[in-house]
Ligand binder design. Sequence first.
Ligand code: RIB
Length: 294
Amino acid sequence: MGKIAVVGSLNMDVSYRVAHIPAPGETILAQGVAKNPGGKGGNQAVAAAKMGAGVSMIGLTGDDADGEALRRSLAGAGVDTAFVGRCGEPTGTAFICVSDAGENNIVVHAGANACVDARALAEADACLRAAEMCVVQLEIPHETAWQALRRCRELGVFTVLNPSPACPVPDSVLRGLDLLVPNETEMEALLPGALDLDALPGYAREKGVRRILMTLGDKGCCLATAEGVRRFPCTPVRAVDTTGAGDTFLGALCAMLAEGRALEEAIAIAQRAAAWAVARPGAQQAMPCRENIL
Ligand code: RIB
């Protein structure tokens, strides 16, 4: 079992290459279509494993061909899939448009991910007990996500929450969280109003979150603790496909933290990993291996 347990979603991504992201009511023709393994949970697990971390995935697929393909992708990257179960719902899917500018929009059908419940979590308790770090996102039922984080806090496991897709998070879940990694939209769902980086330390203090690492797209990221904020700009790259860029960043970051690197160094390496991924199409297959960036 891995040092890092990822509790989250597994989706088969169907990505359409389009000239631009269609507006409401607009029909456009795609220049190409590809089916690739994805899902925020699976992506983060693969990103961490490709960087050399021992990773276990906790999640569900359907009993179908997409589920098998997702298992193969996880296992191919070295992720332990012993806690990836099967259920009666179809495997989760994501419908993705990727524009010539490398931007995307995504619609997810949860499918089997919606069945990741208290029982599934209890069945994976041995995995959580063996972990040193637990990474959770929000494409599974929120109650299960909160429960996973509470259980890990009880166990003394380092907790990481990527609050994506954006939604409010209960104060009881935020209190004591080791690392919160939102993007700007997700941060706005937590702290409504105009986004002000200088307000983040106050928010961290008030909610009892130890560290907030907010990603800022091609502007890099910023780290907020109760004491203050620090910005980490990144070198701009020509984006081919930004699908899974945040997942690559987070997975690589966790892998580097799990091997004992300082947060600042882990951030720099995670930024290189994300830059590598956005220059290539797809999510999991675009992620770098350790030797590509270290
Ligand atoms: O973060 C990117 C992921 O979001 C995609 O792989 C898609 O499956 C959705 O979950």
